[in-house]
Ligand binder design. Structure first.
Ligand SMILES: [Zn+2]
Length: 271
């Protein structure tokens, strides 16, 4: 959940007053918080477009409604990530009914996301897309090796899901199976399928760590392709990195860089 901005939760927050630095907003109403979540969901979807994460209609991002947490906002089906905007977002319930909006939603997305959201009321946001490097690495059925500080952000915090590997996740049992892995981990490599991230903090956090996870898969594939045996980050260092630069506030903070760029360059996202 978004906390008050007055408590210093990260070493990255400046102690010197008066400097420009992103702050988690506080909201006077559900309406304000809803608008914020929707804007950041749109920016997350557009960030996925900028990273080339689109693949036809595949890929879905969700964030809970702050007032009605049993409902979630998601991107419309068959609308390119780059064309998602405030006015075409869809509000859906756990049963897949569209409560607000004119577009259909992706059934596979609904099954996976609603099962995770339903099983874990504290999970606020989720991301999934069929990315090149994520899909490639997920074919190995292996977790990430701790070969960089960036990979260490996922130390002991990501899982490989072998269940229903490679089968399109349109059945509810498949969704429930995937949901069982999100008890603690916030990222999953779904074997023969692709990447999933979940956040108990914000859509910003889920989106940034999805981008980071895809990049970790790319880096690991590059290292393996080189044939050079990589040096591993020690467990102690990996744990330290995850704690300080791999937490949900840092995910949110990283994403503000993308949010500000997209909001400035793509003002139609607010339409
Ligand atoms: Zn998928």
């Amino acid at each position: 959940m978004l906390d008050a901005a007055d408590s210093r939760v990260s070493i990255y927050q400046p102690e010197q007053p008066g400097l420009v630095f992103p702050e988690i907003p506080q909201f006077a109403s559900y309406e304000e918080e809803r608008t914020y979540r929707k804007q950041h969901l749109v920016a997350a979807v557009r960030a996925f477009a900028l990273h080339g994460f689109d693949y036809g209609f595949a890929g879905h991002l969700t964030v809970r409604d702050p007032e009605r947490p049993e409902l979630y906002w998601t991107n419309p089906m068959c609308v390119h990530f780059s064309q998602v905007r405030m006015s075409n977002l869809v509000l859906a319930d756990h049963a897949g009914n569209v409560v607000e909006g004119t577009h259909a939603i992706n059934r596979a997305g609904f099954v996976l996301h609603s099962a995770v959201h339903e099983a874990h009321p504290d999970i606020i946001a989720m991301c999934h897309a069929h990315t090149t490097y994520g899909t490639a690495w997920c074919a190995t059925g292996r977790p990430l090796d701790m070969i960089s500080q960036d990979a260490a952000c996922f130390y002991d915090d990501h899982v490989v899901i072998g269940a229903s590997a490679g089968a399109v996740a349109v059945e509810r049992e498949s969704g429930h199976s995937v949901a069982s892995y999100f008890t603690r981990a916030r990222a999953a490599l779904h074997q023969n399928h692709g990447l999933l991230t979940a956040s108990r903090h914000s859509i910003d956090d889920a989106a940034f760590w999805f981008i980071a996870l895809e990049r970790c898969c790319q880096v690991q594939l590059l290292v393996e392709a080189s044939g050079v045996k990589p040096q591993m980050v020690s467990e102690k260092s990996a744990e330290y990195s995850r704690k300080h630069v791999g937490n949900d506030f840092i995910g949110w903070l990283h994403f503000q860089t993308l949010y500000n760029q997209i909001a400035a360059q793509q003002p139609d996202m607010f339409e």
